[in-house]
Structure formats: C-alpha cells, structure tokens
Design a protein around this ligand. Structure first.
Ligand code: ZN
Length: 82
C-alpha cells in the first residue's frame, strides 16, 4: 500500500515514513537539532529583501563559532604538549 510522505505530504512512499528529500531533512535535524529550525526561520521566513541579510548572519555566526572552536582546540593541543 502506498502512502504520502509524513513531512511534505506530496511524495508517494512505500514501507517508510519519509520521501528521499524529507529523509535528508530528518537526518539534518538529527545532526543539528534546533539549529535547523533557527536557520529555516531566519533564512526563509523573513521577507525577500531581508533574505540575504539572514543568510549572511547565519554564515557569519557559523564562521565565528568554527573560529572559536579551532582556537579552543589549538589551545588545548598546546596545553597537552606542555
Ligand atoms: Zn517528503
């Protein structure tokens, strides 16, 4: 028996809950948790004129977080060598 995907409610599915695309979204939610919802709200839900600013904010935050993580990792590595 064929059903509709539980998330998009458009694609036909068989023996699963999600279509291929929605399975990918589910995977990202499992990996990143609430961050997925934050990104979707900030990037997609705002008006089109503000859309690029939202994307830049998200990317800038990602860069800042990764930079802090790398700096922390380097400091921990240096401290282990002492
Ligand atoms: Zn789907």
């Amino acid at each position: 028996m064929v059903f509709k995907c539980y998330l998009c409610e458009k694609e036909n599915i068989f023996m699963t809950y999600y279509c291929v695309n929605c399975r990918r979204i589910k995977h990202l939610i499992n990996l990143y948790g609430n961050r997925v919802y934050d990104v979707l709200e900030k990037v997609l839900v705002i008006s089109e004129t503000e859309e690029s600013d939202g994307i830049e904010d998200v990317i800038n935050n990602d860069i800042k977080n990764k930079r802090e993580y790398i700096n922390k990792s380097i400091k921990e590595h240096i401290n282990k060598k002492k």
